[in-house]
Design a protein around this ligand. Structure first.
Ligand SMILES: Cc1ncc(COP(=O)(O)O)c(C=O)c1O
Length: 386
C-alpha cells in the first residue's frame, strides 16, 4: 500500500501509507510480546503531545475517535435529556458517541465557506437543557473555535471539538488540540496517521487525565501507571462506571512510526490540494464547482472535497469518474435525515441541505505521483469540459 498506482489501476479515495517502517514497528512490537496497553501506548501519547506542542495538556489515547468522543461525553457527565448542539453535516460517529449517554442532539447548520458549525446559528438553539456544543474541523479546516468558546463561556456550556480530520492543522498559528476545551482525534485506517483503529482525547484541564484513565479502562483507579511500565497491578479498586477503549501496544507502535512521517504526509497532501485547486480554478471561475478558497498553508488536509455547484450533476460526475478509474466519496450525508435522529430538534439547515447534495470527495493520499494526480484532474475536467 505504498508503491505507485499503475495507470490501469483504479485510484481509491484513500490509500494509507503502510511502508516498511510501519510494518517493522508492528513486527517489533509483536515480538516484544506485551500486546495490551503498555509502555508503547504512553510513548505514543507523549509523541502526540510533542507533535501538537501541548503545553501542560496531556493526550489520552483510545481505540477510536468515536470512543474518545464518548469519553468526552462521560467526562462532562452528559445525562439523559441533556442537549448537545451539533452540526448535522458531520460523520454520525460524533452523534452516536453523544446520544449513547441518553443526551439529545440538536442539529445546527454549518457556515457556507468551510462547512463547520455556524457560530451565528448556535445561540438561537440554546435552552436550559443545553450542556455542550460539538464543533467539527471539516476536512482539516479549523472550525471557528474561538467564537464557539466565547458563546459557550457566556452560557456555561462545554465544547467538544471533533478534530478527527484535523490532526496537524493550525488555527491562527496554534495547533488544533493545543487550545480549546476538549479535542478528539482519529487515527483510524484512513486518517492523517493511522494506528489501524485509534484515537486520542486532549482536554484543557490536566486534572482530567486520571478520570479519563479510569473511564478508558473499566473504572479501575490505579492500573494505568503499572501498565505503562509493561506490568500489571493486581490490587485495585473500581471507582466509577468505566469502558474499555484503551490503545494497545502494537497499534501504538504503528502510530509512533507514522508520527515520524507525519510532517511529510501533511506537506504532500497540502501540495496535492494546491495542485487540485490550480487544475480546477477555471471550473470554479465558470461556476461549475466551488473550492474552499484556502491556501492550505496551515491545514492538514484529510480529504479533498469539491462542491458541484449544480447538485443534479453530481451523480453523473461520480459515474464519469468511476468510468475513468477514479473512486470518489461523499462527506457527508445530513444526519438529521437518518431515521434514528428523525425526532431530533433542529434549527433551519439550508446550508447543510445544499452541501450534502454538492460535496464530492476526490482521492487524496500521503504519496501521489504526477500520473495519478493527472488522471484525477483530467477525469474531473473532461466531465465539465467534454
Ligand atoms: C468527523 C469524524 N468524526 C469522527 C470519526 C470517527 O473516527 P473513528 O473511526 O476513529 O472512530 C470520523 C471518522 O471518519 C469522522 O469523519
Amino acid at each position: 500500500m505504498y508503491g505507485p498506482i499503475a495507470p490501469t489501476e483504479r485510484i481509491p479515495v484513500y490509500r494509507p501509507y503502510l511502508g516498511p517502517e510501519v510494518t517493522a514497528a508492528a513486527t517489533s512490537a509483536l515480538e516484544a510480546g506485551w500486546l495490551g496497553m503498555g509502555k508503547l501506548s504512553q510513548d505514543f501519547e507523549h509523541a502526540i503531545e510533542r507533535y501538537l506542542g501541548l503545553d501542560g495538556r496531556r493526550a489520552v489515547s483510545t481505540n477510536s475517535c468515536t470512543e474518545a468522543l464518548h469519553l468526552a461525553a462521560r467526562l462532562i457527565d452528559l445525562q439523559p435529556g441533556d442537549e448537545v448542539i451539533a452540526p448535522s453535516f458531520t460523520y454520525v460517529a460524533g452523534h452516536q458517541a453523544l446520544t449513547r449517554t441518553g443526551a439529545k442532539i440538536v442539529f445546527c447548520d454549518v457556515e457556507d465557506a468551510g462547512l463547520s458549525i455556524d457560530p451565528a446559528r448556535i445561540e438561537e438553539l440554546i435552552t436550559d437543557r443545553t450542556r455542550a456544543i460539538l464543533a467539527v474541523d471539516y476536512l482539516g479546516l479549523p472550525c471557528h473555535l474561538d467564537e464557539i468558546l466565547w458563546i459557550a463561556r457566556r452560557h456555561g456550556l462545554r465544547v467538544i471539538e471533533d478534530a478527527a480530520h484535523a490532526f496537524g492543522t493550525l488555527s491562527d498559528g496554534r495547533p488544533v488540540g493545543s487550545f480549546g476545551d476538549i479535542t478528539c482525534f482519529s487515527f483510524g485506517p484512513v486518517k492523517m496517521i493511522t494506528t489501524l483503529e485509534g484515537g486520542a482525547i486532549v482536554t484543557s484541564d490536566p486534572g482530567d487525565v486520571s478520570t479519563l484513565h479510569e473511564l478508558r479502562h473499566l473504572g479501575i483507579d490505579s492500573d494505568t501507571d503499572a501498565r505503562y511500565k509493561n506490568q500489571r497491578n493486581w490490587d485495585f479498586d473500581v471507582v466509577r462506571q468505566g469502558y474499555r477503549c484503551h490503545l494497545g501496544s502494537v497499534p501504538s507502535a504503528i502510530g509512533l512510526a507514522q508520527l515520524e512521517m507525519v510532517e511529510e504526509f501533511v506537506r504532500n497532501r497540502q501540495d496535492y490540494c494546491r495542485q487540485f485547486d490550480a487544475a480546477f480554478a477555471d471550473l470554479a471561475a465558470r461556476g461549475d464547482v466551488q473550492l474552499f478558497g484556502t491556501d492550505w498553508k496551515d491545514v492538514a488536509p484529510y480529504i479533498y472535497v469539491l462542491r458541484v455547484s449544480d447538485p443534479a450533476r453530481r451523480p453523473a460526475l461520480i459515474e464519469h469518474l468511476k468510468e475513468a478509474g477514479v473512486a470518489s466519496g461523499i462527506h457527508f450525508l445530513g444526519a438529521h435525515e437518518f431515521s434514528f435522529y428523525a425526532d431530533s430538534r433542529r434549527g433551519p439547515l439550508p446550508v447543510t441541505e445544499l452541501a450534502t447534495q454538492q460535496v464530492l470527495t476526490l482521492p487524496l493520499h500521503p504519496y501521489m505521483d504526477a500520473g495519478t494526480l493527472d488522471r484525477i484532474t483530467t477525469a474531473v475536467r473532461s466531465f465539465f469540459l467534454p
